[in-house]
Design a protein. Sequence first.
Length: 350
Amino acid sequence: MQEHRTKLYKLIPLMVFGLIFIATYFMYISPQIQNLRQSNLVVTETTTSTITVVTTKSSYLTSTVTGAFETSASNNRSANISYLINYALELINSDRVNNGIEPVELGNNPAAQSHAESLARILCLSHWDTNGMKPYMRYTLFGGKNFVQENVAAVFMFGRANPLSDEEIKSYLSKLEHEMMYNDATSDWGHKRNILDPSHTHVNIGIAYNSQIIVLVQDFENILIEWDEYTVKNTTVTLRGRFLRNLRPYMVLVYFDPLPTPLSREDLQRAPYNGSYNFGKLLGAILDRGYQTGVPYIYATKWFQKGLDFEIVFDFKKFVQTPGVYTIVLEVEDWRGKQYFASSYSIFLE
């Protein structure tokens, strides 16, 4: 009995030391490690899609445009555009659900439809338009404040005399969706990644057609914020709103593009306008104080969050060197440490 007590007395100091170490770790050491991890933020690369072309013959359309062609949004009313858009949405959500991804809702930003109509008029396919605008620029000009990524695809036809029937258009839309999902290796599967991106909550769909082309535009959105304020005064930006899920602001990125210039149909058929797009040149980041990252950065004048409500105020004039388009991209983080893009907003500075 005395021997057991002696062994127990020897174990008590070890047990007390162990308890002190565990308490110290969770109270002091673990939070310091977490803060150290969070203080070094990593810039997430923004990925974009290229274009998908389907022809009804073996060669690409090369005939010169000599006149105007009717598009579905103007004079050609043989098919109901709303009906076709909802059918295209069903195709997207079928692919998402079949891959274990939540479906997206139909958005209300008209940039996708406007771009589809513009491309159908000139019988061309590009992420750029004839004003030289990229997708996120058009999205901003049409009132968008969330994050957007675009897929574009088209079917080119030759010498067709009869108008397209609803069923033919649906068949071509189905083929375009299939090509983007299952035959996208030449685009490094960018269209497929965009369709199946779990961070997308909405999609704006544009459909336009005539006797020689059917154009499909998919502008996927990440609607993660209910905005109370998104204002720009000179180079001072105020972002204020409420997250729609458990998120926190991670960092704000600033990208640069030269001011857009008009592009002809011939321009749009040449590189770089006939391929993928990006968000321009990354100039730097805006961070909360106490954090750092691997690109040039400044600290926000206000970085506040309480519950799901947040407010960020910053002046990006340090990054402004020449007239151009400065696109503000807000990146957020969830409770697991995964980052998402929540806003892409283009500011045109003359």
